[in-house]
Design a binder for this molecule. Structure first.
Ligand code: NAP
Ligand code: GCO
Length: 261
């Protein structure tokens, strides 16, 4: 029988990409509440500064770095700097992401590539930079932030769905290739969550608002608070034999065929 608090993250260092606000900020803050030290990056200094202020306000002494996660040399420098500043990374959350809502036949190849670059290529780049030290140190945790669109499509999000579907399989492949080194790589698939990214869909007169509440058995939008328990679970000893799993935190959307008209 395991001893102690299985969810205790004391002594761990977590890197959360795109962690200035939203889901990344909420997950990092929960990790800190369970004892972890926090490092995060974002794409510009303004966002990093806002993030640092928000962490400080929450009583969290986070380390913030400017880094574009699609830039492999910059990511390699980021990891080296974090290791110099605070030590080796025990928990990686590939959270940074973008979405472009454009009908596919109207979407430029450049736009498609940009979404895939951030949402799929970047988790590859950052994981590739972090895994060698995890192997050398006897293990680690990688959590990829997937999506309903890892399983479902919908109009206007072709690039995002392709990327998040790929991220599901990258998660499974990292689990397959590095599980032997005590590295657990899992995904969290949030449902529809109240963050700036979904703000356009939650406008009071937006039909999508009513639609998604009807498609969600919990009959509400999710909040970032709904994600933190699953994230702490996947970052902790409590999930040491969970690998390659996408934990959907969606209020039941994926289980539900939809209300009879
Ligand atoms: P978000 O707006 O997607 O936040 C993502 C963060 O990543 C932002 O700070 C963003 O900066 C940053 N970022 C974007 N491109 C980057 C790059 N190249 N390098 C470094 N940082 C970059 O907000 P969110 O809703 O909290 O989403 C977080 C993650 O959850 C994303 O992967 C998203 O796809 C996923 N997700 C969200 C929902 C939802 O309903 N909200 C549901 C499922 C999955 P900028 O502000 O400059 O863009
Ligand atoms: C959309 C939304 C979704 C959510 C999330 C659902 O336009 O459909 O942005 O993609 O962000 O990914 O899990």
């Amino acid at each position: 029988m395991p001893t102690g608090n299985l969810f205790d993250l004391t002594g761990s260092l977590a890197l959360v990409t795109g962690g200035s606000y939203g889901i990344g900020f909420a997950i990092a803050s929960a990790f800190a509440a369970y004892g972890a030290r926090i490092a995060f990056n974002d794409i510009n200094q303004d966002l990093v500064d806002k993030g640092l202020a928000a962490y400080r306000q929450a009583g969290i002494d986070a380390l913030g770095y400017v880094c574009d996660v699609t830039d492999e040399p910059a990511v390699q420098n980021l990891i080296a700097q974090i290791e110099k500043d605070s030590g080796f990374i025990d928990i990686l959350v590939n959270n940074a992401g973008i979405i472009k809502r454009i009908p596919m036949i109207e979407m430029s190849a450049a736009d498609f590539r940009q979404v895939v670059d951030v949402d799929l290529n970047a988790p590859f780049i950052v994981s590739k930079a972090v895994i060698p030290a995890m192997i050398a140190r006897g293990g680690g945790k990688i959590i990829n932030i997937c999506s309903m669109m890892s399983e479902l499509g919908r109009e206007t999000v072709s690039a995002y769905a392709a990327a998040k579907g790929g991220l599901k399989m990258l998660t499974r492949n990292i689990a397959s290739e590095y599980g032997q080194y005590n590295i657990q790589c899992n995904g969290i698939g949030p449902g529809y969550i109240e963050t700036p990214q979904t703000a356009p869909l939650r406008a009071p007169d937006h039909p999508f608002n009513r639609f998604i509440i009807g498609k969600t058995p919990a009959a509400r939008w999710g909040t970032t608070d709904d994600l933190v328990g699953p994230a702490v679970f996947l970052a902790s000893r409590a999930s040491d034999f969970v690998n390659g799993h996408i934990l959907y935190v969606d209020g039941g959307i994926l289980a539900y065929i939809g209300k009879q008209p």
